[in-house]
Design a protein around this ligand. Structure first.
Ligand code: TXA
Ligand code: MG
Length: 323
């Protein structure tokens, strides 16, 4: 695999139907030309992702978005794009028939986002095509926030653009556009309150895709490290060999016998989101850690998005004592 910074080469590879992992402000994406079904098929294959889980298409301009969404485009799209793009918000809207079914897993809608990372925007501009990209991890495993995380899980892909550490750290908020508002399909750092300042936010309507497949966000177990992960509860006895992820630096001194990292200096939620996956990767890679324990955070605002990821990462182990 090649890791580098050659955006012209990377854009050429995208046009040739190859796969390129690239940085976005949320997590690294595994990109392919969204209009090339063979390249899109290779994304599913590289990630071992089931074909029923649709991809997000990344654009660098409103014109590119208009080439993906069916006309007439709902006015709510413009309102949200004006407020939150470029940035970590993905909009689900009816698609044009020219968008390959493989991208959308046969759904009549497509998910589109304009990332704010300058490298992502430049890559899309140079490639001249929208880029379909899921997070650049193997299906169900930890999301990557650095190029090294990508290389660890997907050593076989053609090229990884190294753009440093992601500045948001968790995946975009995903919303489906409905008649008079939106439904949140996946929580992210753009919160329900942020959205509600601009549009009506409906409670999740429990609607599944037309194919009656798992709703997005969605599978209960996801984002998992390769070692057992447990949610910490007060007074819990933590066994030897455990790595502990605490909320803030000051908590580290409670666990001097263990390997410990903190999600933040002083409990700032956005900072915890930035560091969440990196802390889990650290514990996954640490040779002396056999189990991982994580302190829950307050599930409000960004904390809700964090706890979504944590509870899915820990899903297989919730309810077990860890010993
Ligand atoms: O921040 C992000 O969104 C990152 C970066 C790379 O942009 N991408 C990302 O992609 O997280 P992925 O594939 O890991 O998650 C995409 C989510 C999935 O849960 C998928 O089911 C949902 O978006 N999705 C995609 N298309 C959809 C559609 N047409 N309807 C409903 N959900 C959709
Ligand atoms: Mg993902």
């Amino acid at each position: 695999m090649n890791i580098g910074n050659d955006l012209n080469l990377a854009a050429q590879m995208i046009r040739e139907g190859k796969l390129v992992a690239f940085p976005t402000e949320t997590v690294y994406g595994l990109g392919a030309n969204a209009f090339d079904p063979y390249a899109v098929a290779a994304v599913f294959e590289a990630k071992k992702r089931p074909s029923f889980d649709p991809l997000i298409v990344h654009v660098a301009s409103i014109e590119q978005m208009e080439a993906l969404f069916e006309m007439p485009i709902h006015p709510i799209v413009k309102r949200l794009a004006d407020s939150f793009w470029p940035g970590p918000l993905t909009l689900v809207h009816p698609k044009r028939s020219s968008v390959p079914d493989l991208v959308t897993s046969g759904l009549s809608t497509v998910a589109v986002r304009m990332p704010s990372h300058p490298v992502a925007l430049e890559l899309i501009r140079l490639a001249g095509v929208p880029i379909a990209a899921p997070s650049a991890n193997r299906f169900g495993c930890l999301s990557p926030t650095t190029a090294a995380h990508v290389a660890k899980q997907l050593p076989g892909i053609d090229y990884v653009i190294d753009g440093g550490s992601a500045s948001v750290g968790i995946e975009s908020t995903v919303v489906a556009v409905r008649d008079n508002g939106v439904v949140i399909l996946r929580n992210g750092v753009i919160t329900r309150n942020d959205l509600a300042a601009v549009v009506t936010v409906f409670e999740s309507d429990g609607e599944r895709s037309e194919l009656n497949l798992p709703a997005p966000g969605m599978l209960k177990s996801h984002y998992s490290p390769s070692k057992p992960l447990y949610l910490m509860t007060p007074g819990m006895v933590i066994p030897e060999g455990a790595g502990i992820i605490v909320r803030e630096n000051a908590q580290k001194s409670r666990f001097l016998q263990h390997i410990t990292v903190a999600l933040s200096e002083q409990g700032d939620m956005a900072e915890m989101a930035v560091n969440l996956f990196a802390c889990m990767h650290y514990m996954e890679d640490h040779p002396n850690v056999t189990h991982i324990y994580i302190e829950p955070v307050d599930a409000q605002g960004i904390g809700m998005a964090i706890m979504d990821r944590v509870s899915k990462a820990a899903y297989r182990y919730i309810g077990e004592s860890g010993e």
